[in-house]
Design a protein around this ligand. Structure first.
Ligand SMILES: [Zn+2]
Length: 415
């Protein structure tokens, strides 16, 4: 139904525009260059026949595909982000098209000997015979999340060209700065006015996600006392030793490198210290709200214990919540996940429903009043030079969008 050439052409036109975001910037979008693609996308949405195309001062884009049925159908939305990760350069992306993938090593860059190999990236093996889009080994690709944008626009175009497919009102939203955790921040949920939405921002074909971590950050500051080491007896307090006590008092196996699936963790990611002061920076993650709260309490309790042991306030711990598990907001409207699952099954895609070990824009949007599970966009190995996307997965994702629209209208008619 949707041609490979068409998808490749559209996707390539997006990834060749550098849209890397910048966590050290306070503006929205965080980088000026994101406007280059944002403006192009707004024009393209108009060109394919979308209505009410708007782009606001922060580069958030919204558009409408009007309903083509006479009865009432819920308004659904599809969302992706056009920035790419600050982790790896997104300038001068030169996508390579590997047709009929043979299942072996792909030489991304001959001169620098950069190879995309199924020995290391086993997922490649499921795409034998398909068309892969890779990098030239020197940049990321940007399938995260320009694949999502390509799929949403292609689906809207398809629905416009095939009015025999009945659907309700569909809203489209493209955001800047997702990669620096700000994609949802200035998203105007009221203006978007959808009953629910899906982010097209997952990885491999079949992914469907409605659970993510509850997340907090913790900054532990330990105050010591510096004295001449030769005359320090009974006087010096070495903040670094107290810091190691703190670190060692937390369970060593509840860390990212020892946990998976639904297991939460404490993650110490930064230490800065001298005798006078040591700062520990942690993130706390847990899918379970109760366990999440308990983890925060453990840190606070440990802080209090060490303070009473040293008979002064040597430690202060500042914990800040970052985001929450969207499951709480999705469970009351579980049919929105069911529709996506059914859409995949009807398209012979095996749904892979699993909990995200991270956050998504959808989790923030869900708490802002727009329930928003996440669907695969098809890419792999995000944020680096080994990123790739099978064109067949992008076509399937496009079909999933169309099918969700169709099923939503159908269900409403029969109930
Ligand atoms: Zn993404």
């Amino acid at each position: 139904m949707i041609s490979k050439e068409h998808i490749i052409k559209r996707f390539t036109s997006y990834v060749t525009i550098d849209t890397q975001s910048d966590p050290n910037s306070d503006t929205t979008p965080s980088t000026k260059k994101q406007w280059d693609l944002a403006n192009k996308l707004a024009e393209e949405l108009k060109a394919i026949g979308m209505q009410d195309v708007t782009i606001d001062d922060n580069a958030y884009i919204m558009a409408t595909l009007p309903s083509n049925v006479s009865y009432n159908v819920p308004t659904i939305g599809f969302i992706s982000h056009f920035d790419t990760s600050p982790d790896f350069t997104g300038a001068n992306v030169k996508p390579q098209i590997i047709e009929n993938y043979h299942g072996g090593d792909i030489v991304l860059n001959k001169e620098e000997n950069i190879i995309l190999s199924p020995d290391y990236f086993e997922d490649l093996k499921q795409y034998i015979g398909q068309t892969l889009i890779t990098t030239d080994g020197t940049t990321l690709l940007g399938a995260d999340d320009k694949a999502g944008i390509c799929e949403i626009i292609s689906a809207m175009e398809y629905l416009i060209n095939h009015p025999e497919i009945k659907h309700g009102k569909i809203r489209v939203g493209f955001t800047p700065d997702e990669e620096i955790g700000r994609g949802a921040h200035k998203f105007d949920v009221e203006k978007f006015a959808a009953d629910w939405a899906y982010t097209m921002d997952g990885s491999q074909i079949g992914e469907l996600e409605y659970e993510n971590f509850n997340a907090a950050s913790a900054v532990v500051t330990i105050k010591g006392k510096i004295v001449h080491p030769g005359y320090a007896k009974g006087k010096m307090i070495n903040s670094m030793y107290i810091a190691t006590e703190f670190i060692n008092s937390l369970p060593r196996i509840e860390t990212p490198e020892h946990t998976e699936e639904y297991q939460g963790f404490f993650h110490l990611h930064t230490i800065n210290g001298d005798v006078e002061q040591t700062k520990l920076q942690y993130i706390i993650r847990d899918h379970d709200k109760g366990h999440f709260e308990a983890r925060k309490e453990v840190m606070q309790k440990l802080t209090n214990e060490l303070n009473s042991q040293y008979e002064r306030e040597v430690i202060t711990t500042e914990i800040k919540d970052q985001y929450y598990n969207m499951r709480e907001k999705i469970e009351p409207v579980m049919h929105i996940v069911d529709i996506a699952e059914e859409a995949m099954k009807q398209l012979n895609i095996e749904p892979l429903i699993k909990a995200i070990r991270g956050g998504t824009d959808g989790s923030q949007l869900s708490y802002m009043g727009l329930p928003c599970p996440n669907i695969f966009a098809g890419g792999h190995n995000f944020h680096g030079r080994y990123e790739y996307v099978p064109v067949e997965s992008m076509i399937k994702a496009t079909e999933v969008i169309c099918k969700i629209a169709e099923l939503t209208a159908l269900k409403e008619k029969t109930t």
